[in-house]
Design a protein around this ligand. Structure first.
Ligand code: SF4
Length: 239
């Protein structure tokens, strides 16, 4: 299989079958904590990076296989090796996947393109949306996510606010916390103001624990993590 991986156990979704819609590290960001290494093509250009029929035929093969029967997959998750919303045909792929199976469909996204109403419309049919938001100011955004030129954090935030108004299923917002970059208490209050505008169903705090693109990246202290969770309120959990 080239575009499917797993099923793998994930802390956020249980047993999940992953699908990638891009080749390795095609992404509008080059996050310092990324586990996949440096971004190879940093872009916000949408195109059909992988032929839709090749992805769908791999999924059909998996759904016919004995592996599925023994696995009891909780979610099919569109995530993979780059940013899935860069795929210009994502709405067609979502529709095709949903025709093939009743397994709930989740979408991981860095939210970089949700400023575009077309991208927001394209993802409305998934069952669970897992966007990430690592910063709420442009300086910290550039330090942690190293976005492609022209991407403004305020546009990312406005996109998430607009998407929340249309998206009727669950939104679990992930924040990756990196020591000395976005983990101060003062910054947590700024996160809180923005998250109150977005209104996700859950806030999920994550920390870099595996290999990171930049070797100096460190997680916040445990005590700090608990303080931030407290500031962000009862819908916040540490994953
Ligand atoms: S958005 Fe995701 S895939 Fe892209 S660089 Fe960041 S962590 Fe890696």
């Amino acid at each position: 299989m080239r575009y499917l991986y797993g099923p793998v156990h994930s802390r956020r979704l249980g047993l999940s079958l992953g699908i990638t819609l891009t080749p390795h590290k095609v992404c509008p960001f080059d996050c310092i904590y990324c586990q996949l290494g440096k971004t190879i093509i940093k872009t916000r250009k949408r195109q059909s990076y992988i032929k839709s029929n090749e992805i769908i035929s791999e999924l059909k093969e998996f759904l016919r296989s004995p592996a599925l029967k023994s696995a009891a997959v909780d979610y099919i998750s569109i995530s993979g090796f780059g940013e899935p919303t860069l795929h210009s045909n994502i709405t067609h792929l979502i529709a095709e996947i949903k025709k093939l199976t009743l397994i709930p469909l989740a979408l991981f996204s860095n939210a970089a393109l949700f400023y575009d109403p077309k991208v927001r419309r394209d993802v409305l049919e998934v069952d669970l949306l897992l966007p990430s938001l690592d910063a709420v100011t442009q300086d910290v955004f550039e330090e942690i996510d190293r976005p492609a030129p022209g991407i403004k954090i305020e546009d990312v935030i406005k996109g998430l606010v607009a998407l929340r108004k249309k998206f009727k299923s669950g939104i679990y917002l992930e924040i990756m916390l990196v020591k000395n970059i976005n983990d101060s208490l003062e910054y947590s209050y700024k996160f809180k103001e923005v998250i109150d505008r977005i209104k996700p169903d859950k806030i999920q705090l994550n920390i870099p624990v595996r290999s990171t693109t930049e070797s100096w990246v460190r997680p916040p202290d445990k005590e700090r993590l608990l303080e931030i969770k407290h500031i962000l309120g009862e819908t916040c959990e540490i994953i």
